[in-house]
Design a protein around this ligand. Structure first.
Ligand code: AMP
Ligand code: MG
Length: 271
């Protein structure tokens, strides 16, 4: 089945985003089974080969931003998608509540230092978007401050893009029922109870506020140089399939080339 995942799941620019219009159970016609599994594995093999090329060429970096509500599958996506890639060329940064030092700088300071270097893939588990999501929902800074951040984020991402950092942003979209199911599974599983935090349950009450905050971020910060993708994520197998394909398709679109050898191969002499 030939599906262009990038085209299907990219958020259309210039339109109002209503998450209720996006079905978190959508699978674009795919069924769970060996075909989906094989296709996902193939995409991961492509990512591995393209990462080697990215590293060899050393001209671009790829930044993957993962956002989603608690239990949306950010950790699981990272585990799955990065399973096949060389750890030498890949960095994951998880953004938590800012430290005192981080709060003494502009909100992009901690983000900029985590941008992958040329040749690398960088994954953000949460990101600068928290500064217009949790911060907006809980009024952690005045509106006059957070409301300017959408433009600031666009300018920041544009600067990165002009400096050969390719940006992909994934919103892992789950339903409120699916989140409840996943929390309950965590409670029932002694090996996963550690993942539960008080805030998971507290934040669930703010579901409509987060939904609105996400809709506005997806609308205001969806640019040609840093597009948003809404990934239907109720089904983990489909989420993995879609994300791995979009990463592979994006790396392929970068038209990278192996650099020419730095020595004249014909003049090399072997003893
Ligand atoms: P987790 O991803 O489950 O480890 O949780 C990280 C927590 O840090 C989440 O509750 C985020 O909302 C919070 N967090 C991340 N970035 C920020 C930020 N810029 N301001 C406030 N809280 C944040
Ligand atoms: Mg959490």
């Amino acid at each position: 089945m030939a599906t262009n995942f990038s085209k299907e799941l990219i958020v259309k620019r210039g339109t109002k985003v209503k998450l209720a219009d996006y079905d978190p159970d959508d699978t674009l016609g795919w069924d769970k089974g060996h075909k989906a599994k094989a296709s996902s594995e193939k995409a991961i093999e492509r990512i591995d080969k393209l990462q080697y090329l990215l590293y060899a060429e050393h001209k671009h970096a790829l930044l993957i931003v993962l956002q989603g509500l608690d239990a949306a599958g950010k950790d699981g996506t990272i585990r799955h998608v990065m399973a096949g890639v060389n750890p030498q060329g890949c960095d994951v940064t998880s953004f938590k509540k800012p430290s005192t030092e981080e709060l003494e700088h502009d909100f992009l300071w901690r983000v900029h230092t985590a941008i992958p270097k040329y040749g690398d893939i960088g994954i953000f588990n949460r990101s600068h978007y928290e500064d217009v999501l949790v911060v907006r929902v809980h009024d952690l800074v005045p509106k006059s401050v957070w409301s300017k951040r959408y433009d600031q984020i666009n300018q920041f991402e544009s600067t990165l893009n002009q400096n050969n950092v390719k940006i992909l942003k994934f919103f892992l979209h789950i339903s409120k029922d699916e989140q409840k199911k996943r929390f309950e599974e965590r409670i029932d599983d002694p090996d996963r109870r550690w993942k539960i935090s008080q805030s998971d349950f507290a934040e669930r009450k703010f579901w409509p506020d987060y939904t609105r905050a996400y809709e506005i971020a997806l609308e205001n910060c969806n640019t040609p140089y840093a597009p948003w993708y809404v990934i239907p994520s109720n089904k983990k197998w489909f989420r993995n399939l879609a994300v791995s394909h979009i990463i592979a398709e994006t790396l392929e679109s970068m038209k990278m080339k192996f650099p020419a050898p730095t020595v004249d191969i014909s003049k090399l002499k072997w003893k």
